[in-house]
Design a protein. Structure first.
Length: 414
């Protein structure tokens, strides 16, 4: 990405909350980062807010506050919920109004979108108590995509394609309301256990198009997933598309975004040689992560249409699926053959062992003067041919004597 050195350095150091970067009074840029300074730490365990939400444990902490898992004591079964406590970690006077505005806007967006889409958490409450502000939202029982997209592990193309579609489908709903999420990353995408759907969480960095003043811009996001225009405080809908594209590339390559090199002349991400991917999907991902925002898909709907309508991509995936099924069929046949061979060898071996054991037992229990079954069998096998031979020899001798007797009688008669 072609970012100026000051912005790049500030992003890499991940300053918490807000840092003033502009020098003019009419054009100030504030950077909101993600590193936490634990200056103040409150123990909220087992505390009950509004006599309804009982805090169980802390889930996380950010620049604008802490997040807790809680029980909703008013509802049947006391289901889990998530409580966000607005508590900026920096006492800079420039921080509080901006962070509070983002906190309030998150509540507004959750109330607006959560009730209309089941892949966005619902807002349960937004209130202040003892001078502190709280936001209560739906608890998503699932795991973050960080458990599916892990460093060093490359996912296959079909898996990544389905993942991109799942993310873009819920993001398209957000973009239709002119809302930029600004912090799309694997940590903010949950795979819900009940239906395996992707749920988009953490709307604490969102921006409504046209909501902020012309003289004030806020750079919010996570390094590696935010493009250059967002780092400069001028996000677009397509800034979210960049983040989704980087997630797809990360899944295909097994590399974190900061591990991927950039073309020094164009600022484009270099990644194709590190993944096994068709040209069709690679071209779509390249368009999603263009350094110049006007060369990207301009919304989630446009990117989703590209994934659904690309004929070459569909043909490539169908071919890959056929090859995968053929390989599975071959492996299944081979496994069945090995299984049957093992059963046959096992049965034959068992039969031989049983015969040997039976013979050994009978040999041990027989009296010395009594022949064993095996010995009797062998004797009979040997005696039968010899007895038959002796009988034939006796008959032959008798015939010779009869012949000699007849010859003597004949001579005497003459």
């Amino acid at each position: 990405m072609s970012q100026n050195p000051l912005v790049r350095k500030t992003l890499r150091s991940r300053f918490e909350t807000v840092k003033v970067m502009g020098s003019g009074e009419s054009d100030k840029t504030y950077l909101v980062g993600g590193t936490i300074r634990n200056r103040h730490r409150y123990s909220f365990n087992r505390k009950t807010l509004r006599n309804r939400f009982e805090i169980i444990k802390q889930l996380g902490s950010g620049g604008s506050g802490d997040t807790y898992l809680a029980l909703d004591l008013d509802l049947p079964g006391q289901p889990h919920c998530v409580v966000k406590h607005f508590h900026p970690k920096d006492s800079n006077p420039a921080v509080l109004p901006i962070a509070k505005k983002l906190f309030d806007r998150e509540a507004e967006v959750l109330y607006q979108l959560g009730n209309d889409h089941d892949q966005i958490p619902r807002l349960f409450a937004h209130f202040d108590e003892d001078g502190d502000f709280y936001l209560v939202q739906e608890f998503i029982d699932g795991h973050a995509l960080t458990q599916e997209i892990t460093p060093g592990q490359r996912l296959n193309e079909n898996t990544v394609l389905n993942l991109l579609k799942d993310i873009l489908e819920v993001l398209a709903f957000v973009h239709q309301h002119d809302i930029i999420h600004r912090d799309i990353k694997p940590q903010n995408l949950m795979r819900r256990y009940s239906d395996q759907k992707i749920v988009l969480i953490d709307f604490g960095s969102i921006k409504k198009i046209g909501a902020l003043g012309a003289g004030l811009t806020i750079a919010v996001g996570t390094p590696g997933y935010m493009p250059s225009e967002q780092a400069k405080g001028k996000p677009k809908l397509c800034s979210d598309i960049y983040a989704v594209g980087m997630i797809g590339i990360q899944a295909l390559t097994g590399l974190m975004p900061e591990q991927l090199p950039e073309d020094p002349s164009t600022g484009e991400v270099i990644w194709r040689d590190k993944a096994e991917v068709s040209d069709a999907l690679a071209n779509i991902l390249d368009t999603m992560v263009r350094d110049r925002y006007n060369q990207r898909y301009q919304s989630a709907t446009e990117a989703l249409q590209a994934l659904n309508s690309d004929g070459a991509l569909s043909q490539s995936l169908q071919s890959a699926d056929i090859n995968h099924k053929a390989n599975d069929s071959y492996l299944l046949t081979y496994r069945n053959f090995i299984l049957l061979l093992g059963i046959g060898l096992g049965a034959t071996t068992s039969l031989i062992v049983i015969v040997l054991i039976y013979t050994f037992i009978n040999t041990g229990t027989s009296l010395p003067s009594q022949p064993t079954p095996l010995k009797s069998f062998l004797e009979r096998f040997v005696e039968f041919p010899s007895a038959k031979t002796n009988s034939l020899l006796a008959k032959s001798a008798l015939n010779r004597r009869i012949c000699q007797s007849n010859c003597t009688i004949a001579k005497n008669t003459k």
